[in-house]
Design a protein. Structure first.
Length: 352
């Protein structure tokens, strides 16, 4: 055709850096959308899926537990242990996995925010408890501090005087001699009243079942006395320590040292229950750091860790308090516990 205009056809070349090409980008987009439509429902996608979310949650939990473990072991390693004499007084053998006897002592040494530093005199054992622990099993036996006992190298008197006369080493010998029947003390733990409230607070407090109303007169640093209603009560650290140390209760005048020992075991049970509480998981690093600081022991990190594991996994455990044959009828208004009662208590402690 003569009147058709002349024109030339040019072919574009690919740009060196792959510049924008509308048709090419549209084709690529269509291919990607097609692959997404063809993907099986169970095939992993490029975004966040439930499986990936659970995987990261599991990684976070493991990291949280490892951090708590490291903090516990470091804290236990740097804390001061018991004296060399106390270690020498301990009996060999026993394992926290196969069975071990631990003497747990709380002294009335004047130290800590809730203890009256103006009071003088040698420290005596304020609480005496033997804990038999094996993997998945914990049994506890409280010895009334006013129990009349023979103290090696000294006159017979209230058993808590052994701590004032010879410290934890003499206390170990006295308890082994007093209970007899083959019982040997393998480890010792002394509760530090200065850091004990901090441990309770790191757990978020503890819940106890208070059997009787308490209206104690002033003692230690409870200048206005100590009052607590009957029933289940949630206690912070300072209140839990006071609850464990109430000596006189006019609201229940018939109470004696046995009730005091039972309250101390209530606090121990409250700690065990709180250790297994889901809310403690979020506090675990702080609890792991605080726990060894509230104790002095011959056991270091691994041993203490095994003990806390047993406490957390054993259930409430059997709770026993030595039953005296008479109250305040021994020398110096002490308690007397018959040999038969001691033998029966040791058998239950060791064999369940």
């Amino acid at each position: 055709m003569a009147d058709r205009p002349e024109y030339k056809v040019y072919r574009s070349r690919r740009k060196p850096l792959g510049g924008f090409s509308p048709s090419g980008d549209l084709d690529n987009l269509r291919r990607r959308l097609g692959r997404r439509r063809d993907r099986d429902p169970g095939e992993p996608g490029e975004g966040l899926t439930l499986g990936r979310f659970l995987k990261w949650v599991a990684v976070a939990i493991v990291a949280w537990l490892l951090l708590s473990l490291v903090l516990f072991l470091v804290s236990a390693q740097v804390e001061q242990g018991v004296s060399g004499n106390a270690k020498q007084a301990l009996s060999g053998g026993g394992s926290l996995f196969t069975g071990s006897n631990i003497l747990v002592l709380g002294s009335d040494q004047r130290g800590g925010d809730s203890i009256d530093k103006s009071q003088q005199g040698a420290a005596r054992a304020d609480s005496i408890m033997v804990v038999h622990t094996a993997f998945g099993s914990v049994r506890k036996l409280s010895i009334p501090r006013d129990a009349f006992a023979d103290i090696p190298g000294h006159n017979a008197q209230k058993i808590n005087a052994a701590y004032a006369l010879g410290g934890p080493s003499l206390m170990i010998q006295t308890v082994e001699h007093y209970l007899g029947n083959g019982l040997k003390i393998n480890h010792i733990i002394e509760v530090d009243f200065k850091d004990f409230p901090k441990l309770i607070d790191s757990l978020g407090g503890v819940t106890v079942n208070n059997k009787t109303k308490i209206c104690a007169p002033p003692f230690d640093n409870f200048w206005k006395g100590f009052k607590l209603a009957k029933g289940k009560q949630h206690l912070d650290g300072t209140t839990a320590l006071g609850y464990s140390r109430v000596r006189k209760n006019p609201c229940a005048p018939a109470e004696n040292d046995l009730d005091r020992a039972a309250r101390q075991q209530e606090v121990l049970n409250g700690i065990r229950h709180q250790l297994t509480s889901p809310t403690t998981f979020f506090r675990l690093p702080l609890v792991s750091w605080r726990a060894p600081k509230a104790l002095r022991s011959d056991m270091h990190g691994p041993g203490l860790l095994a003990l806390f594991t047993d406490l957390a996994t054993s259930g409430a455990g059997d709770t026993m308090v030595l039953d005296p044959s008479c109250l305040s009828c021994g020398p110096g208004s002490s308690l007397e516990v018959s040999e038969g009662a001691r033998r029966e208590a040791v058998q239950k402690l060791l064999k369940g």
